[in-house]
Write a protein that binds this ligand. Structure first.
Ligand code: NAD
Ligand code: MG
Length: 406
C-alpha cells in the first residue's frame, strides 16, 4: 500500500535519471531542514537547491542559501527583508519575505519540496507544494492532523507524490511495501516514552520546560520535543497515520519502546509482523523520502543489535500521559476535531515553554478547548483549506481565553 501518491517517479531523487533533483526546503533552518541540507551537502551532484525558507534567522538562512547555491531565500518575517537583502548582497540569490513569499517559494519549479515548517504555519506553503503535482516530502505533521482529508484530496487531485518523513510513518511506508490494506491487521507506531516515561503523576505535576526539552533519544525542534514528553506527539502521529494509510482507526495503535530502534510494526492477517529498524537519526527517514524508490547513503550510526542487547516494549499509560487519550478521542470524533486539537496544543505548548501553564495542564487545556469548540458547533466538516484555517484561528482564540483559568 502506497501512501497518497500519483505514482512513482523514475529516478532516485524525484528528478529525471540524468539530472539532479531540484529541491526546495521549507523550514531550512530547523532540525529537519538542516538535516535535509546536511544530506544534500554530502551527496554532491544529486540535488540542486531551488529555495530555502526560515521564519526569523536571517544569518543562518543566508549562510545556507550561499552554501547550497540556492536560487532564492525566503524569510517569513517581512520586517527582516532588508536584513536578508544585505546578507545576500552580491550573491545573485533572490531575497524574498513574508507569508505570500513562502507560498511563492513552494510554487517555484522543483522536483521535490521538503515541507519542514513547524506547526500550522506550514499549511499554506505545503498546500501550495502539494498542488504542483510533484514530490512532497512531508515532515510537517500538522497538514495531515489539521487538514487530513482536505490535504490528501489536494495531493490526489494534483497527482503529487506524498512521502512521509516522520520516522514512524516512513517506517510504516517501508514495512507496508505496497500491501493491500485488507491484508493488514494492525499498524503499531512506537514511542520512546520521552524524558518522563518513568515519572509518577505527582512528579509530572511539577515538570519544567528544561526537563521536558531533554529528550533521551532524538534531537528535534522544541515543539515536537515537548509533544514527545506529553505523548501528544504519538496522538498526532496516529492521526497522521489514519490519513496516510487507509486501514481505519481500529487498526492503528502505539506502543512505548524506549530504545527508539524499531519505529513501526506492521502486522499482517497471516501473522507476519514487519518492523522497520534504524538508529534514531532523522537523516534515515529524510533520505528515504528524498531517494524513494531507490536508496541514498546517510551518515548515520550503523545498527548493532549485539551492542544494544535488548529491545523492550510497554503499553502507554494514558493516566500519566492524558494527551494521548485526548488525541485518540479527537481522531475518533473526526471532522475538525483534530484541527482544534492541534491549534489548542500549539497554544498550550507555547504557554508551557513560557512557564504560564503546568505540564499536565497542556492536555487539560486541549481537552477543554475541544469541548468548547464542539458546543459552539466548530467541530464540523471542512471542505477546503480556508475552512481549516478559520477553525484553527477560532481554536487558538478559545485556547488563549482559557489560559487565565489555569
Ligand atoms: P524546528 O522548530 O527545528 O524548525 C522549524 C522551521 O520552521 C525553522 O526553519 C523555522 O524558521 C520555520 N518556522 C517556524 N515558524 C514559522 C512560521 N510561522 N512561518 C514560517 N516558517 C516558520 O522544527 P523541526 O523539529 O524541524 O520540525 C519541523 C516539522 O517536522 C514539525 O511539523 C515537526 O512536527 C516535524 N517533525 C520533526 C521531527 C524532528 O526530528 N525534528 C521528527 C518528526 C516530525
Ligand atoms: Mg515521529
Amino acid at each position: 500500500m502506497a501512501p497518497v501518491s500519483g505514482g512513482p517517479t523514475e529516478s532516485a531523487t524525484g528528478a529525471g535519471p540524468d539530472r539532479p533533483c531540484r529541491l526546495t526546503v521549507l523550514g531550512a533552518t530547523g532540525s529537519i531542514g538542516s538535516s535535509t541540507l546536511d544530506l544534500v551537502g554530502r551527496n554532491p551532484g544529486l540535488f540542486e537547491v531551488v529555495a530555502v525558507t526560515a521564519q526569523s534567522n536571517v544569518q543562518e538562512l543566508a549562510a545556507l542559501a550561499k552554501l547550497h547555491r540556492a536560487k532564492a531565500a525566503v524569510i517569513g518575517d517581512a520586517t527582516l527583508f532588508k536584513a536578508l537583502v544585505d546578507a545576500l548582497a552580491g550573491t545573485g540569490i533572490t531575497a524574498m519575505a513574508g507569508d505570500a513569499a513562502l507560498v511563492e517559494s513552494a510554487l517555484m519549479p522543483a522536483d521535490c519540496v521538503m515541507a519542514a515548517i513547524v506547526g500550522a504555519a506550514g499549511l499554506k506553503p505545503t498546500f501550495a507544494a502539494a498542488g504542483q503535482g510533484r514530490r512532497v516530502a512531508l515532515a510537517n505533521k500538522e497538514c495531515l492532523v489539521s487538514a487530513g482529508d482536505v490535504f490528501t484530496s489536494a495531493i490526489a487531485k494534483s497527482g503529487a507524490e506524498l512521502l512521509p518523513v516522520d520516522s514512524e510513518h516512513s517506517a510504516a511506508f517501508q514495512a507496508l511495501a505496497g500491501a493491500d490494506p485488507k491484508a493488514i491487521d494492525k499498524i503499531v507506531l512506537t514511542a520512546s516514552g520521552g524524558p518522563f516515561r518513568t515519572w509518577t503523576r505527582a512528579q509530572l505535576e511539577s515538570a519544567t520546560p528544561d526537563q521536558a526539552l531533554k529528550h533521551p533519544n532524538w534531537s528535534m525542534g522544541a515543539k515536537v520535543t515537548i509533544d514527545s514528553a506529553t505523548l501528544m506527539n504519538k496522538g498526532l502521529e496516529l492521526i497522521e497515520a489514519f490519513h496516510l494509510f487507509p486501514v481505519g482507526v481500529d487498526a492503528l495503535d502505539c506502543v512505548v519502546h524506549p530504545q527508539s530502534i524499531v519505529h513501526c510494526l506492521v502486522s499482517y492477517k497471516d501473522g507476519s509482523v514487519l518492523a522497520q529498524m534504524a538508529p534514531p537519526d532523522m537523516r534515515t527517514p529524510i533520505a528515504v523520502a528524498l531517494a524513494w524508490p531507490r536508496r541514498m547513503a546517510a551518515p548515520t550510526d550503523k545498527l548493532d543489535l549485539t551492542r544494544l542487547g535488548s529491545l523492550t516494549f510497554e503499553a502507554p499509560d494514558e493516566a500519566r500521559f492524558p494527551a494521548l487519550r485526548v488525541a485518540k478521542a479527537a481522531m475518533r470524533r473526526g471532522e475538525t476535531a483534530p484541527a482544534v486539537l492541534n491549534a489548542a496544543n500549539e497554544i498550550a505548548v507555547a504557554a508551557f515553554l513560557e512557564r504560564r501553564l503546568k505540564f499536565l495542564d497542556i492536555a487539560s487545556l486541549v481537552e477543554d478547548t475541544i469541548e468548547i469548540a464542539e458546543k459552539q458547533g466548530a467541530v464540523c466538516a471542512a471542505t477546503c483549506l480556508d475552512d481549516i484555517l478559520a477553525i484553527d484561528a477560532l481554536a487558538r482564540r478559545l485556547a488563549v481565553a482559557q489560559l487565565s483559568s489555569y
